[in-house]
Design a protein around this ligand. Structure first.
Ligand code: RP5
Length: 161
């Protein structure tokens, strides 16, 4: 088993349908990762233990997804110096605008790299994690370049068959 380099955490099992896209993107790029439910509100001790131990366990980037009053990414960033990428999960009541604003409006000094609401944000959090790791991993850099080249090649010129 390869030790995980990216930690994907989310506030609830209900976030998995969104956050699985971050995991699948990392799978496609061959980046070892772990996935856990860690709630800032319901399991604050789990959050503290996770963020406090992440550096020592070899985690390099944390992707944190949450919806509503989405404190998970910000609280994680408050506890660890690792780069934290926040994914606003689309909420039922406010369509994820609450999640987005909760995650993006961090006070100066505690950064969270905030992605788009929902699936696009989860995919891009995976890609951004890989891009950060690729700075010190030439083989991963090659895989990321190939992933991007394929995406470009797959775009049709004509809008119909
Ligand atoms: C947040 O509350 C979670 O991140 C989730 O997006 C939202 C709703 O959670 P559940 O009530 O579905 O568990 O903490």
């Amino acid at each position: 088993m390869t030790a995980p380099l990216v930690g994907i955490i989310m506030g609830s099992r209900s976030d998995w349908e969104t956050m699985r896209h971050a995991a699948e993107t990392l799978d496609a790029l061959g980046v070892p990762h772990e996935t856990l439910v860690v709630s800032a509100h319901r399991t604050p001790d789990r959050l503290y233990d996770y963020a406090k131990s992440a550096v020592g366990r070899g985690i390099k980037v944390i992707v944190a997804g949450a919806g509503g009053a989405a404190h998970l990414p910000g609280m994680t960033a408050a506890i660890t110096r690792l780069p934290v990428l926040g994914v606003p999960v689309e909420s039922k009541a406010l369509k994820g605008m609450d999640s987005l604003l909760s995650i993006v409006q961090m006070p100066g000094g505690i950064p969270v790299g905030t992605l788009a609401i929902g699936k696009a944000g989860a995919i891009n959090a995976g890609l951004m994690s890989a891009a950060i790791l690729a700075n010190n991993d030439p083989a991963l850099a090659d895989r990321l370049d190939a992933w991007r080249a394929k995406q470009t090649a797959d775009v049709a010129v004509e809008p119909f068959d």
